[in-house]
Ligand binder design. Structure first.
Ligand code: SAH
Length: 247
């Protein structure tokens, strides 16, 4: 495997453009599996994943695997990002919460689909890096003044990043139409279920150990009733509590 640092325009190191590699990723890793939501396929086809990984991993950015992003954390495999996005199914105009900003990649994908993305990262350094990166890539990070047009020409949603313990959600911005948790929890955090809108969906990896982590979809019915279904086995880095270690 070629792991030399590639320049931004040539992540494959052999002259293949990021756009070409991305289109191939969408065809071979997503469409060929069970990703059928057109908007999700379009979003993954747009977001420049190679910009979200450390330089030394750029050559591998479009491969079918997770990659290290520093601080012992990882960016998920493209298929898992697509699957979670498809399950969360955020619609235009909706508000989404992500727990575990990491590189900011999943947040960027969500911003292609939803109007407002709130994302929380426990590690301050990663949160700051994600903010800088998203800004550099042209995502809107602050609330636009009321007089500003509703959407930029890319029609992407706004992203708000904060450092904190995502177990507690983001009460000031709740309720959310969808919640995507990108770290593995031992149980479904109650504050997150509370902050889900009636009719909303939460996608979350849950398990006591890495070996029995399962991706779950939790839905809240119109009267607040809870339903849960298991989708597939996954392996996410653990959700940790601020000052408490692993949840
Ligand atoms: N979604 C990210 C990848 C997430 S990796 C991406 O697209 O790149 C999981 C992240 O969850 C790590 O960065 C980790 O620091 C963070 N995390 C762990 N526990 C957390 C908590 N309680 N609140 C917020 N973030 C947490």
């Amino acid at each position: 495997m070629l792991l030399t640092a590639a320049c931004a325009g040539q992540p494959a190191g052999d002259g293949t453009s990021p756009a070409t590699l991305r289109a191939k990723m969408v065809d071979e890793q997503l469409k060929a599996r069970d990703i059928s939501d057109k908007r999700v396929l379009e979003a993954l086809g747009k977001v420049p994943r190679h910009e979200f990984v450390p330089k030394e991993w750029r050559a591998s950015a479009y491969q079918d695997r997770p990659l290290p992003i520093g601080q012992g954390q990882t960016i998920s495999q493209p298929y898992i990002v697509a699957l979670m996005t498809q399950l969360a199914a955020p619609k235009a105009g909706q508000r989404v919460l992500e727990v575990g900003t990491g590189s900011g990649y999943q947040a960027a994908v969500l911003a292609e689909l939803a109007a407002e993305v709130y994302t929380i990262e426990l590690l301050g350094e990663l949160a700051e890096e994600a903010k800088t990166r998203l800004k550099r890539l042209g995502y809107r990070l602050e609330p636009a003044p009321d007089s500003a047009p509703q959407a930029d020409k890319e029609r992407r949603g706004r992203i708000r990043v904060k450092t904190g313990d995502g177990y507690l959600g983001w009460p000031d911005a709740a309720p959310f139409d969808a919640i995507v948790v990108t770290c593995g929890a031992e149980h479904v955090p109650e504050p997150l279920f509370e902050q889900l809108k009636p009719g909303g969906r939460m996608v979350i990896p849950v398990g006591k150990t890495l070996a029995d982590q399962v991706l779950k979809v939790i839905t809240k019915g119109p009267k607040g009733e809870r339903q849960e279904r298991d989708v597939t086995a996954v392996r996410f880095v653990p959700l940790r509590r601020a000052g408490k270690g692993k949840d």
